[in-house]
Design a binder for this molecule. Structure first.
Ligand SMILES: Nc1nc2c(ncn2[C@@H]2O[C@H](COP(=O)(O)OP(=O)(O)OP(=O)(O)O)[C@@H](O)[C@H]2O)c(=O)[nH]1
Ligand SMILES: [Mg+2]
Length: 439
């Protein structure tokens, strides 16, 4: 769709608050440019961050930014030069002769990457970001999702020159990651880890080398890569699928144990604030309660649950069955016990578990158990060791740097399809589908 965008009128902050334009209220920006579609998107991750980056691209990028932004210095904007100034939004009243409306402004930084590619760097809070995007929309710039970003320059600066669907999907996931560790895995895919792996195998399949290799005798140096290698690599990549497809969701860590062992006190000690009610009365927590935090760069959702015991009372029974359900679907269970209350977690359960001996201040003799972490929730003792153990357990499952990792169900399905065939034409089609979607 073609759009009309009015030419920017450059006004200093002082003039912004004046009641009349310098030409007596007659607008000098009525001249309109016929321009192609221009778009904007938020490049930085979801939630709050220190600084947010908004991309603006297209033929209307310059006039749109200039209509909303006044640089501190009136020098001409040059490519890649950082320009500091005020974002005041579109100056209403410029064209209707009523004078210019005074609007609150944000201090921001603008960088022109190319004539039609601009970045606005602003405060990372959602209010600032939403306001700038809304202002850009008002001057005719359309908001798009990251994966729909039509200008390859962002991905091109970090990944393959023409981003494949795979890389665009990774870029979209990257913007949703909330911690450094999860973002690093997504960033590796934006840089082309899975893309390059799939492209290399596509070359091999294209040349029908896989069939030849399958026919070669084992140990023949001329054809070191074959279908078995491909399938082995696919299985290794799929082993990271569980992490890759939920990089944007936190790991679920559930505290489980009998009543009164200190589950709620522990969650409060880990979080550093009183999220959960902890009292001396057994049966205080009756329902499931969640709290999000970050441990060693990993997004974690901690879950406090009702103490598990035989109960005849219906509300408590419901709380206990919810507690058991949460524990059975967790990424990690913290099985809490005390010197006088044993653990109840099922040792045969496949859910990874860390055993915690809380109320270790009540130990009458020193415990020699190495595989149990001792804590005193009420003083915070042992909490740092517990945090390291949680991170170690979860990070252990993380792919090493630069590993190809599938980030969504579509990618996982394509990889699984590769395991179902040895036929080069089908391999070629599936690798192409992995890279760029169905033909
Ligand atoms: N001495 C000692 N007391 C603790 C410790 N941790 C918790 N407590 C106390 O134990 C009591 C029970 O703590 P909670 O955190 O409510 O225990 P809970 O496991 O959540 O209990 P329910 O919600 O009833 O299942 C409270 O009085 C806490 O102050 C500890 O490490 N040492
Ligand atoms: Mg509790």
């Amino acid at each position: 769709m073609r759009q009309f965008i009015q030419l920017a009128r450059f006004v200093t902050p002082k003039k912004m608050s004046s009641k009349k334009n310098s030409n007596g209220g007659k607008a000098n920006s009525r001249e309109a440019l016929r321009l192609g579609p221009s778009v904007c998107t938020q490049f930085t991750g979801a939630g709050r961050s220190a600084i947010a980056v908004i991309g603006v691209a297209g033929p209307a990028a310059r006039p749109a930014v200039m209509r909303c932004f006044t640089a501190a210095s009136p020098r001409e904007v040059k490519p890649n030069e950082i320009r500091y100034g005020d974002w005041h939004g579109p100056m209403r009243g410029v064209d209707d002769g009523s004078g210019v409306e005074s609007v609150a402004s944000e201090s921001i930084v603008v960088i022109m990457r190319a004539e039609d590619q601009w970045e606005v760097h602003c405060h990372g809070g959602t209010a600032a970001i939403d306001r700038i995007l809304a202002d850009l929309n008002e001057v005719g710039i359309t908001s798009v999702k990251n994966e729909d970003w039509p200008h390859p320059w962002f991905a091109a600066s970090v990944g393959p020159v023409t981003p494949s669907l795979l890389v665009r999907e990774a870029t979209a996931v990257l913007t949703q990651c909330q911690t450094v560790r999860t973002a690093a895995v997504a960033m590796d895919q934006v840089r082309g880890a899975l893309h390059d792996w799939a492209s290399q195998w596509l070359n091999v399949a294209d040349r029908s080398a896989i069939l030849r290799a399958a026919d070669e005798k084992a140990g023949d140096d001329r054809t070191p890569i074959g279908i078995d290698d491909l399938h082995r690599e696919v299985r290794a990549i799929l082993a990271y699928a569980a992490i890759g497809v939920r990089l944007t969701a936190p790991f679920r860590v559930v505290l489980s144990g009998r009543p009164n062992v200190g589950k709620s006190s522990l969650i409060n000690a880990i979080l550093g604030y009183d999220r959960s009610i902890a009292t001396a009365i057994a049966g205080t927590t009756r329902d499931v309660l969640h709290a999000e935090t970050v441990i060693d760069g990993l997004p974690i959702r901690l879950t406090d649950t009702a103490g598990i015991h035989d109960s005849g009372e219906s509300i408590e029974r419901e709380g206990i069955s919810r507690a058991l359900r949460e524990a059975s679907t967790a990424d990690l269970v913290l099985a809490i016990q005390t010197p006088d209350t044993p653990a109840i977690a099922d040792p045969a359960s496949p859910t990874p578990r860390i055993d915690v001996l809380n109320k270790s201040d009540l130990l009458t003799t020193k415990s020699s158990a190495n595989d149990v972490i001792q804590t005193i929730a009420t003083t915070g003792e042992g909490i740092d060791v517990l945090l390291s153990a949680i991170a170690d357990r979860l990070i252990g499952a993380f792919p090493p740097a630069k590993s190809p990792v599938p980030l969504n169900e579509r990618q996982v399905r394509c990889l699984e399809k590769l395991l179902d065939t040895t036929e080069p034409l089908r391999l070629t089609a599936t690798l192409k589908e992995l890279l760029d979607g169905p033909a």
